[in-house]
Design a protein around this ligand. Structure first.
Ligand SMILES: [Zn+2]
Length: 127
């Protein structure tokens, strides 16, 4: 068949990522809970999720069990998984009674982050 013209596949430009939805965040949370070390952390079956349009932070954790992800900054599935995993570490800190809002990325955080990254095959830089 002869090609009559060029067909351009153009993705619509959007201000926000269509990837970040309540369902996709919960889906990442559920998947991550099946793998080490999260599977050993006894995390809650359900978390509160809000999709933000924050341009300053990829995600945030709010005590006691809220994970919020930015559709303005998270544009690929790897960033989505990594951001949910990051906030899950804060959730675990909270469960241990060791989440400090003023210093969330303390030694404990980085010890758990190292364990997560080694386990799932992520580089720790930028985590
Ligand atoms: Zn953090």
């Amino acid at each position: 068949m002869k090609q009559r013209g060029r067909i351009k596949a153009v993705l619509p430009r959007t201000k926000y990522s269509n990837l970040v939805t309540e369902a996709s965040v919960i889906g990442c949370y559920d998947v991550l809970r099946t793998v080490y070390p999260f599977c050993d952390w006894d995390l809650p079956n359900e978390v509160e999720v809000t999709v933000l349009d924050d341009v300053d932070a990829y995600g945030e954790f709010i005590e006691p069990n809220e994970i919020n992800i930015s559709k303005a900054l998270v544009w690929d599935i790897n960033d989505l998984m990594r951001t949910v995993a990051h906030e899950m570490i804060h959730l675990k800190q909270h469960h241990l009674g060791k989440f400090d809002e003023n210093n969330p990325h303390d030694k404990l955080f980085w010890r758990m982050a190292r364990e997560v990254c080694l386990s799932v095959g992520w580089k720790q830089e930028g985590f």
